[in-house]
Design a protein around this ligand. Structure first.
Ligand code: ZN
Ligand code: ZN
Length: 253
């Protein structure tokens, strides 16, 4: 099994709170953001890729927030815009429908051309080397997690005691478990199930308590673990915690 993936997996499971796989994802994503804003920007091989792909909307937003290298971002944006323009606009010009007149009849072919253009643009704006690298890394991580669960007792313990695995990452783990021998899959999925039901039960009860706190008769009762239960539920339901941190909801109580 690949050691370079085992170390970050162990690190993520040694930390507490939330989903360890989200932590792995966040770290890997930050590394790729730094990579694409770092010296790699000037490497012709990288530029060949980013000229074509640019970045997806989510990663453009994150690159925009990482103000470390505005010049680099400008250079990448410049050559990407040029590449996009040279690719799209000649084709767009060719797709302008001819006006039907007395001599030239109507020709419905233009509809297909316009839809093809739309497909082409939509396909290009989805391209993102950060997403590609991240998806690759996540596949390796999930593979390593399943392997370590069956081969490393300490890790198995940590896996069982993780606060939770968010639902999108639970789905990823299940897909990986489907590739395991049946007995390995049995142990793994049982641990995942136990963790999952415990998380649902805890969140359901905390969120209910949160709502009951709005009853004036409960004003003086302590919040207990319910105060950030909305955010914890959001982080459990979605692997993307961008807007689900406690600071973003100042008026929650
Ligand atoms: Zn997660
Ligand atoms: Zn992306």
């Amino acid at each position: 099994m690949e050691k370079i993936y085992m170390i970050p997996v162990n690190d993520a499971y040694n930390e507490h709170g939330g989903c360890p796989i989200c932590r792995l994802r966040d770290k890997a994503e930050n590394n790729y953001l730094e990579y694409y804003l770092g010296p790699s920007l000037m490497e012709p091989d990288t530029r060949k890729i980013t000229n074509k792909t640019g970045f997806c909307p989510v990663h453009m937003g994150k690159l925009n927030k990482a103000v470390t290298n505005r010049l680099g971002l400008g250079l990448v944006m410049h050559t990407h815009l040029k590449d996009f323009n040279e690719d799209i606009n000649p084709k767009l010009q060719a797709a302008i429908p001819a006006k039907a007149g007395l001599l030239k009849g109507r020709n419905p072919e233009y509809k297909q051309k316009l839809n093809n253009m739309a497909d082409l643009i939509e396909k290009r704006i989805r391209l993102c080397p950060i997403c590609d690298n991240l998806n690759d890394a996540m596949e390796h991580y999930v593979e390593v997690i399943c392997w370590m669960f069956s081969h490393d007792k300490d890790f198995k313990e940590k896996f069982i005691n993780a606060e939770f695995h968010c639902l999108p990452h639970t789905a990823m783990l299940l897909r990986q478990a489907a590739k395991l021998p049946q007995n390995d899959a049995a142990d793994f999925v049982e641990a995942l199930y136990t963790n999952n039901t415990a998380t649902f039960d805890a969140l359901i009860s905390d969120v209910e308590y949160f709502t009951l706190k709005f009853d004036y008769r409960n004003t003086d009762k302590p919040w207990g673990t319910s105060k950030n239960s909305i955010q914890r539920s959001m982080r459990f339901l979605s692997s993307d915690g961008r807007d689900f941190d406690e600071q973003q909801s100042k008026k929650q109580s």
